[in-house]
Design a protein around this ligand. Structure first.
Ligand code: PRP
Length: 179
């Protein structure tokens, strides 16, 4: 449990997220127009809502797989150590792969996962992040598609947690501490 009281101010509405996902899905379909079966890889746990909405906008053949990473624990600051808690179930060699991330903050998580997946020789490897916080970047990486660029605020909702809470909010909210 967070040890400070807080309220959540809406930052990006569910409607704005849905509209942005429609646009992103259109671009992704164009990029993978020649792909037989796209493997969409969600990074657990934060991406579970985004990937669910995104794949339902992709009217093409997709497989869904997941990698679970951990870097934050329950703290607010990122550590540089990224652990793979769960690996892919399927093979990606020679396949087209889209990695789906909820937020790119320091960039360590996405960098680590990309290195891992690249070592397995996919045909094409692309990335999408719903949120990008470029001001926090510690490694030089940018997702191929970004939903929204945001300032350095502590955000929750739409899959993103604060100490495992608030993942189920349908919008992206900003944490405001009240004490
Ligand atoms: C969060 C978030 C991203 C990552 C971004 O995951 O979901 O995956 O951190 O941070 P970075 O760019 O600084 O590496 P977390 O490790 O908290 O796990 P979770 O997805 O299970 O919430």
């Amino acid at each position: 449990m967070p040890d400070r009281s807080y309220v959540i101010d809406q930052m990006i509405s569910a409607k704005s997220i849905a509209a942005r996902i429609e646009d992103l899905a259109r671009e992704i379909k164009a990029e993978f127009a020649g792909t037989d079966r796209l493997i969409v890889v969600g990074l657990l746990r934060g991406s579970f809502v985004f990937i669910a909405d995104l794949v339902r906008e992709l009217d093409m053949n997709v497989e869904v797989d997941f990698v679970e990473t951990s870097s934050y624990g329950n703290a607010m600051e990122s550590s540089k150590e990224v652990r793979i808690l769960k690996d892919l179930r399927g093979e990606i060699e020679g396949r087209d792969v889209l990695v789906v991330e909820d937020i790119v903050d320091t960039g360590h998580t996405l960098t680590h996962v990309l290195h891992l997946l690249e070592s397995r020789a996919p045909a094409k490897l692309r990335t999408i992040a719903l949120l990008d916080k470029p001001i926090r970047r510690e490694v030089d990486i940018k997702a191929d598609w970004i939903g929204f660029e945001i300032p350095d605020e502590f955000v929750v909702g739409y899959g993103i947690d604060f100490a495992q809470r608030n993942r189920n909010l349908p919008f992206i909210g900003k944490v405001r501490f009240t004490e």
